[in-house]
Design a protein around this ligand. Structure first.
Ligand SMILES: [Zn+2]
Length: 357
């Protein structure tokens, strides 16, 4: 079968023929891949920038891809899923030692000895079929077959918001009418993660403003209009806010926006990048202290967050189906993957690889 592999830390990808997986054993499912998404992490691995990328033990190559959706092709003994079910696999597999991993919260692994499909130590999903344990599968309703590939990136957003709700219980953060309608969120970055944060926060009642250094593309304008959020250029009078979500990982942008935070505000750090430097002054720290600002970094997600991601997608599938469809800006064949994996194309939000129908 066809697979897209990388040889970290070497740059580049290859489309190669690999052995098809065997029939599923007890507790296992054989999944036929429908779509896989491409994200910044994949490109970081392909360009040799992500130092933690590594193949499985005693192997030189790693199958790439952690955003996936597929159809169950065959099941092993004791499996509750059925042939034909649509599923999304979770990415991180626990260390087996720490308490968080033992209760399915490998997103909070204490030891750091976890593996991640398509990223570190475990083959990913950019291949025609994969064999996996049922416990790592999240069932997706058939009507989300074309859009469910967004479940993985969305799961990370759901986890980050989970932490926000937890942390903000330190104060009364809801408005006089019990909602979040009086709260404003600034989302830095209009990539897939920025737009998914915007959709989720808007669904939860926030006034959302998406920020970028440039004007919106046509697709970004359509999406933000349909989901009811505002797109602003960074210099265009950004209002005071209760929440800042950084999906760009840009310290200069973040430091410019911190003075906009209101008392008891929160910052979610989600984006990662490298290279840029910006000075954090004592004055900024004093301001954060005086205003009770909380900052949280967030990565990865548990299966629960994948399931709640599916719930959001089901709601959005009814509420703004066009915006959801527009999130996938191009669909390419696996043969084209080595080229599209090199760099983000102009106007791209999410590019997906089509493996089967
Ligand atoms: Zn662990």
């Amino acid at each position: 079968m066809k697979s897209i592999v990388v040889r970290p830390p070497k740059e580049g990808t290859e489309l190669v023929e690999t052995e098809s997986p065997p029939q599923p054993d007890k507790g296992e499912v054989l999944v036929r891949t429908l779509l896989t998404g491409i994200c910044g992490t994949d490109r970081g691995i392909v360009n040799g920038r992500l130092k933690f990328a590594r193949p499985p033990l005693k192997r030189e190559q790693l199958v790439l891809g952690h955003e996936s959706i597929g159809e169950v092709e065959a099941i092993g003994g004791g499996v509750e899923l059925s042939k034909g079910d649509i599923v999304v696999p979770v990415v991180r597999r626990g260390c087996g030692v720490c308490l968080n991993c033992k209760i399915g919260r490998q997103d909070f692994c204490e030891t750091g000895n976890f593996v991640e499909a398509g990223i570190r130590g475990h083959d990913g999903f950019m291949r025609e079929f994969f064999l996996d344990q049922e416990m790592y599968m999240v069932k997706v309703p058939p009507q989300l077959k074309e859009i469910g590939v967004l479940t993985e990136p969305l799961s990370n957003v759901v986890k980050a918001l989970d932490q926000l709700w937890f942390l903000q219980r330190r104060t009364l953060w809801t408005c006089e009418d019990s909602t979040y309608n009086c709260r404003t969120a600034l989302v830095i970055g209009s990539g897939p993660i920025g737009l998914l944060f915007s959709m989720a926060l808007s669904t939860e009642g926030f006034r959302v403003i998406v920020l970028n250094r440039r004007d919106p593309s046509e697709v970004e304008s359509k999406i933000t209009e349909q989901i009811g959020v505002k797109f602003l250029k960074l210099d265009d009078g950004v209002p005071p806010a209760d929440l800042v979500v950084d999906t760009a990982g840009s310290p200069s942008t973040l430091l410019r926006l911190l003075p906009k935070l209101k008392n008891n505000g929160a910052v979610i750090l989600f984006g990662t990048t490298s290279g840029e430097r910006e000075e954090l002054s004592a004055d900024v720290i004093t301001e954060l202290v005086e205003r009770n600002v909380v900052m949280v970094g967030s990565v990865n997600a548990s299966k629960e967050h994948f399931q709640r991601g599916v719930t959001y997608l089901s709601v959005w599938h009814d509420r703004f189906p066009e915006a959801l469809k527009l999130m996938i800006t191009s669909e390419v064949r696996p043969e084209e993957a080595p080229e599209v994996l090199k760099a983000k194309s102009k106007g791209e939000i999410k590019t997906v690889l089509r493996w089967s129908q």
